[in-house]
Design a binder for this molecule. Sequence first.
Ligand code: DX5
Ligand code: ZN
Length: 216
Amino acid sequence: MRIIAPSLLAADFGNLHSELRAIADTRAEWLHIDVMDGVFVPNISFGFPVFSAVKKASDLFMDVHLMIVNPQKYAARFVEAGADMVTFHLEAVDNPRECIDAIRRAGARVGISIKPKTPAAALAGILPEVDMVLIMSVEPGFGGQAFMPEAIDKVCKVREMVRGAGLDTMIEVDGGISSANAGALFAAGADVLVAGSSVFRAADYREAINEMLEAQ
Ligand code: DX5
Ligand code: ZN
């Protein structure tokens, strides 16, 4: 499976409607929504009003990435606002099951994310309970950072864990992704690649996405 999820964070917020129309005209199947609270990460992005407006203007699968503390408090509201997948950070919770239950009860798919310094092994107990693992290939908080190549090895490790457990958990990678690393990430076992700058800074969004989908 090869899916590209353009990250809204890199879009022109003064022209969201035309940005979303341009993305609708590409092979992107998901839209990645970065929610930051200024506590879990040193940056603040946007919340419910913006997400609700985006949901109305796009038919893409809404992939919400919560970079917030206490995600269990807000996850269901993102589902009500139109999230198809809600991903929270393992590092942000004491009890991941509470947040998993909140997302499932609200009716969305569940993703769990790990920052670059969190080892793949930290996912061991929780893997059977989630639909997707999101591996960060930059420190979360900002778009436009350089890709950390160690992420490729982490994708291989998680893919092996998923295979070994007989699961069909999806693997998503986020941060610094472009056609320069997309091929290696898909080959390592990634299903979904998030791409902010490499899409929204490109002259032709469609071509930028095709290049990642077809990267070797
Ligand atoms: C970073 C966010 C990413 C970001 C990716 O904290 O989680 O989704 O938007 O942006 P690029 O592709 O520019 O690294
Ligand atoms: Zn993200």
